[in-house]
Design a protein around this ligand. Structure first.
Ligand code: HEM
Length: 398
């Protein structure tokens, strides 16, 4: 998948997005991008603004047609045509509006594609609009697990494919789980920048687990409430891959999440496993620019090595100079994060194990099998053991 090129922030007085009569926008110039990056103080603000937004005027459609998958394809195609016209008429000046537009279009696109494969390609201006929205937001030119989970309103305006209460719970849990992951990534970036002996790193490490913890709770909630046959039979078939402008983009999958970048910074960049590297690089290419920038900057600080390697190197060099209490605080915080990522992966593995065999092919919407999930779980455990080795240099690692 191509790397998105524009920033999270938008251009308040930008021209109307591409419709049938306009051309696809280029990304805003670099100066404009950086001067607008104060538009949102955090990714959470951006997501919350996207949740509120109804840029294509589709609130009424979703309120009256909660089970989008059951809507007649002709009506879906008409809605898509109207959405293109609305986008051309309105100035979608804000990245939150862009993410909300991608969110809403994705429900219509997937539903119509399942009913009539590629019929959406006949809607004039639609793919141009999607490509423009993708450039404008720095997101893939369609919906993702970010738009489906984090940018989806949690109240009566929630968009779902099936109209099932189970899917509403799924969206709510995905939202709760993913919401803190931008903070986890930011804190890992702080640790990369300041190193093992810094109080700033210790403060960041102390908060890692609280932001990760909802991921564990989300999986436990799904284990309790989601019948595997409902997920595999009703929800998963909605997360289809789409061809936009000649490139295939995958549908909603957990493999698009910030967890990919979190693994990559913690231990992933050291790993030579080819399938893992392909998975990670694809996932990182699907991050919003704000998150990809954190990863890039962190790796610049670590000379492209993982945080674990950084810790090992700084332990070797800094045994005499670093403050052991601060170092232990950093190592303990990261060790606790790895432990809880492992807990998430154990619970999540149970979800996948019961769901994958019920599918026509045992693969997820991201195209992955149980092997990948097992690999990630084992690599997380190996990283914990490796970190325990570092902790042993600084006192009792128990
Ligand atoms: C019935 C519920 C669920 C099932 C059956 C399920 C299944 C899967 C599968 C098969 C994958 C492999 C990637 C792919 O090809 O799509 C995956 C990845 C992933 N899913 Fe889920 N999932 C469920 C719920 C959740 C929830 C509630 C969360 C978190 C809030 C979550 C987070 C993830 C993450 C982070 C990944 C990437 C792999 C990793 O980091 O371990 N999933 N899921």
């Amino acid at each position: 998948m191509p790397h998105p090129t524009s920033q999270v922030s938008g251009r308040p007085d930008g021209p109307a997005l591409a419709g049938p009569t306009t051309t696809v926008l280029d990304p805003p110039p670099a100066a404009t991008r950086s001067s607008r990056s104060e538009h949102y103080d955090s990714d959470i603000q951006l997501f919350d603004a996207a949740k509120q937004a109804d840029p294509l005027g589709l609130d009424t459609f979703f309120a009256t047609q909660p089970a989008v998958m059951q809507v007649a394809p002709q009506l879906l195609l008409r809605q898509l045509e109207e959405a293109v016209a609305t986008a051309a008429a309105r100035r979608l000046a804000d990245p939150a509006a862009g993410l909300a537009a991608l969110r809403d279009l994705d429900f219509l696109l997937c539903a119509v594609h399942v009913a009539q494969p590629f019929a959406y390609k006949a809607v004039p201006g639609l793919e141009k609009l999607l490509v423009a929205l993708g450039r404008w937001t720095g997101h893939a030119p369609r919906g993702s697990n970010t738009t489906y989970g984090l940018c989806n309103p949690l109240d009566a305006r929630m968009r779902v494919f099936t109209g099932l209460e189970h899917e509403r719970t799924f969206v709510t849990e995905i939202h709760a789980g993913l919401r803190g992951l931008g903070s986890v990534l930011t804190r890992l970036g702080d640790i990369a920048a300041h190193g093992l002996g810094s109080r700033r790193s210790a403060a960041a490490a102390d908060l890692l687990v609280q932001d990760w913890e909802p991921m564990v709770r989300a999986c436990v909630a799904m284990l309790r409430s989601m019948p595997p046959q409902v997920f595999a039979g009703e929800i998963l078939p909605c997360f289809v891959a789409l061809d936009i402008g000649g490139t295939e983009f995958r549908g909603v999958t957990g493999a698009q999440g910030l967890n990919v970048g979190i693994d990559w910074l913690l231990w992933g960049t050291d790993r030579g496993h080819v399938s893992y590297r392909t998975y990670a690089q694809h996932g990182i290419s699907e991050q919003l620019p704000v998150h990809r920038d954190i990863i890039t900057t962190a790796l610049r600080h670590t000379s492209q090595k993982s945080l674990l390697t950084l810790f090992e190197q700084q332990t070797q060099r800094g045994r005499e100079t670093l403050d052991p209490t601060t170092v232990r605080a950093v190592l303990d915080g990261v060790a606790e994060l790895l432990r809880r990522i492992g807990t998430f992966r154990a619970a999540h593995g149970r979800l996948a194990q019961t769901s994958l065999p019920l599918r026509s092919e045992p693969v997820g919407s991201g195209g992955h099998t149980m092997d990948l999930l097992t690999y990630l779980h084992e690599a997380t455990t190996a990283a914990r053991h490796r970190l325990d080795g570092v902790r042993a240099h600084w006192g009792d690692p128990s």
